[in-house]
Design a protein around this ligand. Structure first.
Ligand SMILES: C[S@@+](CC[C@H](N)C(=O)[O-])C[C@H]1O[C@@H](n2cnc3c(N)ncnc32)[C@H](O)[C@@H]1O
Length: 296
């Protein structure tokens, strides 16, 4: 099957390249609010966030921290709004997100990113479906949000539970997707019994699917291909179009190519283009890849 793949170098808060109701599935992992490595990106994306960080230095108010957190989610919600518009009725949106723990303004707290995204997506009209939890293998227990448990690691009550799972949030636009009776594309896209039993259970530990990531992929927190593979196989059929508005290293396009789905990915950081090209280079012959650079 011939498939089309587009890399768009541009901001996905606006996706004019996508007509309404043309995307069947979104699979993505955004920058995580309140995780330090993404602070600068959020500040560049929205000058109000940069200004709030400056205000916090002066006012030291807890309310300012909350406003920063909320503004970061408001910035992501612009992308969720566009994705909602582009999805077909019955289309699915999968968002990989981790919560953040952080000491800001002298106070340690949890920023429950997954709940904020659910709030925003429901406000846009999405229906929240049961989610999966990706159990990460490497995280070590932490003491008071710092390094590993130290001397008093066995004494209650001042230690914190370690966040060693990330969320794979799953939303649907509108009602269940409809197909003509015996539509062959569904049968051609079926999963095996073992796959179904594993993929539709809630904890994904991805044992045995470890992959090595380059330094840049680690810097941008690329997700494992297996996560994308499962989501594409679970929630789309061959010939569908998959969107990733936070493309990063190009994982979603690579896996869409392997699964005979069309794909569109947005990325603001043009310096990732060589990596995306490399990752998508060994494409099946029936895949056509184009790159569009926006003017702004
Ligand atoms: C967590 S990374 C995605 C990693 C990706 N899943 C992978 O496997 O490589 C988020 C990416 O989104 C990009 N980004 C952030 N905001 C964006 C926006 N508004 N439009 C397009 N790309 C954006 C960042 O530059 C970053 O590369």
């Amino acid at each position: 099957m011939q498939t089309e793949h587009k890399i768009i170098i541009g901001n996905s808060q606006k996706m004019p390249e996508l007509s309404d109701s043309t995307v069947h599935l979104m699979v993505t992992s955004p920058p995580y609010p309140m995780i330090k490595m993404w602070d600068n990106l959020f500040a560049r994306m929205d000058s109000k966030i940069a200004q709030l960080w400056q205000e916090l230095k002066a006012d030291r108010r807890e309310e300012t921290v909350t406003r920063i957190y909320q503004s970061m989610h408001a910035s992501l919600a612009k992308v969720w709004r566009e994705a909602y518009r582009a999805l077909i009725d019955g289309g699915i949106a999968c968002i990989n997100i981790g919560d953040a723990t952080r000491t800001v303004n002298g106070r340690f707290r949890l920023f429950a990113n997954h709940s904020k995204i659910i709030e925003h997506c429901e406000r846009l009209g999405f229906t929240t479906l049961p989610y999966a939890l990706w159990k990460k293998p490497t995280t070590k227990p932490k003491y008071k949000g710092k390094g590993a448990f130290l001397g008093s690691g066995f004494l209650p009550p001042n230690a914190y539970v370690t966040l060693d799972c990330e969320f794979i949030l799953i939303f649907r636009k509108g009602e269940l997707r409809k197909f003509a009776p015996r539509d062959q594309r569904r049968y051609d896209s079926a999963f095996a019994k073992k796959e179904r039993n594993e993929w539709f259970s809630q904890i994904w530990s991805l044992a045995g699917t470890r992959q090595t990531h380059s330094q840049i992929e680690r810097r941008i927190a690329a997700f494992p291909e297996e996560i994308v593979n499962r989501l594409i196989r679970m929630f789309s059929v061959k010939g569908d179009t998959v969107l990733d508005p936070f493309l990063g290293s190009g994982t979603t396009i690579k896996v869409a190519m392997q699964n005979e789905r069309n794909s569109v990915g947005y990325e603001t950081d043009e310096s990732l283009l060589p990596l995306i090209k490399k990752k998508t280079a060994s494409k099946p012959t029936a895949c056509r890849l184009s790159i569009i650079k926006r003017e702004n």
